[in-house]
Design a binder for this molecule. Structure first.
Ligand code: SF4
Length: 648
């Protein structure tokens, strides 16, 4: 079915069983810079699922490389047992393991003790995104860091890790040396192309010497850092070509940590097309003879197979696809590709949780990152009859897990379609792929053998008649309409009405956003595209405050380009015929927006918990999950559904 994807790939001395890779990504699972049992369990699950190569998250090569409090560190020999445990776990499943040798240079995010680490870079060129003013590296520190690459490779080799790649991607230290806009040195590590390449050349040589024969050494580089002062694709390709004879492979991504616009490529969201870096990779493929690995929104085996067939890459990084479905390789190989739970590029629980300091997971597969707790699903002690009322994400997931554990599950949805609020969320601009979440859950329901009844509203009489052993109330929520002062003739709609196509009248529309999630900015963009003059008034500090930062920053750019005016710190309290009354959330001062033709409310949700009240005391075992219990993100709702399904 996927003949090229399952053709082994030789990378230097290592032979991979297939061309599917999990590329390096932060998990927040290490503890005190060391491999933890949770990290071993996380990667073991992917190795069991059939992936050919796992590249571990970054390992710092020097004390100044501690860019977050939860990075792995390969700076002393005490790291070896942890890496060994990981290597043994992964090897037992026939998968190879590489590590990433890392120094962030000026891209420091935080430090372990709350005091920002001192950042070092080739020159004292500030970084915009983290507002960091680095110190220029001395020659002694450069020597020390280069020695760190060698020592880290030696430790990894001692642990049985198969290889390592130098992280020169995303504007990190080796990329800072390569980039003439960041590197202003004139001392042999800068000044001209050869000087700017010297740091990377020496890092590769040190890793090669430290790893010794039989140890793979590769390069991770951005095929273009895309925006701002980033290194362009020509420079990245020239550097790779110059070092090609020293390297076993190159692994391509795009973007840089240094600016908001370029950082989006670190985990490209659904707004970017599938396999969008294919053309860049093809240029590298044409110019190089070492294997070229590519990542960037490669979600499905079909896309990966096509990249290989067209000669654009030799291997495919499908990292988030594997976070979402660790069994993707096995399913693809067995021809069960319709059963793959496809990643939708939402970034909510994978990198979104990383940016909140939480361990990795997936909105659609909450077991990810929680393998120690939820890795081995146990059958129910005694199969029971379970009735789930509500076909939104929480109810669907609870039904799936309960049925997988052996319960006899019926899911009742009052409307004609499953999906709950995800049905509406997919209608927001650039969010169509969110609907994939429904497709995936519907497939899971089918595979688990859940009986699905649409257009049936559950009530006390139905429950009495069916007499299930347990009832799960997952009836969701409706839009919240706050009590507003004034009134008048101004038309007022809620976000759901707009998404369902109700007419928004007049030229000037005020969108009042309370949750600061997707809905307010999405509605604003949709109305701006329809020709309205839009002001987005947000209760928080900025639009999309609650969203994952790459997604939020991308949205900020979209709003600006669409001409949407944004007012932060604003609380809605009333309106009349043509004015909307607001209050500054910090100063409490009144603010008025005049000449408004229409007000659109994005004011969160109100629980639909009537069934819960109705069933109280009916004798059935009752559970409530999702929005009918409390406002939930899709991530929270699905996690809650999974947990309940596990417990029933
Ligand atoms: Fe993909 Fe979203 Fe899951 Fe991340 S949270 S792996 S982007 S589906």
């Amino acid at each position: 079915l996927f003949p090229l994807l399952f053709t082994p790939l030789r990378i230097g001395p290592a032979l991979l069983k297939n061309r599917i890779m999990s590329t390096g990504h932060d998990t927040v699972l290490p503890e005190d810079g060391r491999v933890s049992p949770a990290l071993v369990a996380y990667h073991r699950a992917r190795a069991r699922g059939g992936v050919g190569l796992i590249v571990l998250q970054v390992s710092g090569v020097h004390e100044t490389a501690r860019y977050t409090s939860h990075a792995l560190m390969a700076t002393d020999d005490s790291c070896v047992p942890g890496y060994r445990q990981l290597a043994e776990a992964v090897h037992a499943e026939g998968c190879k393991l590489f590590a990433q040798l890392f120094h962030p240079g000026r891209e420091i995010m935080e430090s372990a003790d709350g005091l920002l680490s001192v950042a070092y870079a080739p020159s004292a060129t500030p970084s915009e995104r983290f507002h960091v003013q680095p110190r220029a590296l001395s020659r002694e520190m450069i020597d020390d860091i280069i020695a760190g690459y060698g020592a880290a490779a030696r430790r990894l080799r001692a642990a049985g890790v198969d290889g390592a790649e130098i992280v020169a991607s995303h504007g990190y230290l080796p990329a800072q040396f390569l980039n003439p806009q960041v590197n202003r040195r004139q001392d042999g590590y800068g000044g001209d192309d050869a000087g700017r390449l010297r740091f990377l050349r020496e890092a590769v040589a040190a890793a090669r010497a430290g790893g010794g024969p039989g140890f793979v050494v590769g390069l991770r580089i951005s095929a273009g850092e895309e925006e701002g002062e980033g290194m362009d694709a020509e420079l990245a390709l020239a550097a790779t070509r110059a070092l090609e004879s020293e390297l076993d492979y190159v692994s391509l991504v795009a973007g840089s940590s240094a600016t908001l616009g370029a950082a989006i490529h670190i985990a490209p969201p659904m707004a970017l097309p599938a396999a969008y870096l294919a053309a860049q990779a093809a240029r590298f493929k044409r110019a190089l003879s070492i294997p070229v690995l590519l990542a960037g929104r490669i979600n499905q085996p079909q896309e990966a197979e096509q990249l290989l067939a067209e000669g654009q890459a030799d291997g495919c990084g499908m990292t988030r696809a594997l976070i979402c479905d660790p069994e993707l390789p096995a399913k693809a190989e067995q021809g069960r590709h319709d059963d793959i739970r496809a990643c939708i590029g939402c970034n909510q629980a994978c990198i979104g949780r990383f940016h909140r300091g939480l361990s990795i997971s997936c909105i659609q597969h909450p077991q990810s990152g929680r393998e120690l707790e939820y890795g081995e699903q146990r059958p129910a002690a005694a199969p029971r009859r379970v009735l789930v009322a509500g076909g939104g994400p929480a109810g669907m997931k609870a039904a799936v897990i309960a049925a997988q554990r052996g319960h006899q599950v019926s899911l009742y949805e009052a409307g004609p379609q499953l999906g709950g609020q995800a049905l509406l969320a997919q209608l927001l601009p650039g969010r169509a792929e969110f609907g994939g979440l429904i497709t995936n859950l519907e497939r899971e329901l089918q595979l688990a053998g859940v009986e699905v009844r649409r257009n049936v509203r559950v009530d006390r009489e139905l429950v009495r008649r069916l007499a299930p052993d347990a009832v799960v109330v997952a009836t969701g929520a409706r839009p919240r309409w706050p009590a507003l002062e004034g009134g008048g003739a101004m038309p007022v709609l809620d976000a759901w009405q707009v998404l369902r196509g109700e007419a928004v009248r007049g030229g000037k529309v005020l969108v009042a956003d309370w949750r600061c999630d997707w809905i307010g900015p999405g509605i604003a963009l949709r109305l701006a595209a329809a020709g309205h003059q839009v002001r987005l008034v947000v209760n928080g500090t900025h639009a999309g405050e609650a969203l994952q930062m790459y997604v939020r920053d991308h949205l900020a750019g979209q709003l600006q380009r669409a001409g949407v005016a944004v007012t932060p710190y604003a609380r809605l309290y009333g309106h009349d015929d043509d004015s909307v009354y607001l209050q500054h959330t910090a100063s409490e001062e009144a603010m008025v927006e005049s000449d408004v033709d229409c007000l659109v409310l994005c004011q969160g949700h109100q629980a639909e918990d009537g069934l819960w009240e109705e069933l109280s005391g009916c004798g059935a075992e009752l559970h409530a999950i999702g929005d009918c219990l409390a406002p939930r993100t899709a991530e929270e709702a699905i996690y809650e559904g999974m947990r309940l399904g596990w417990r029933l």
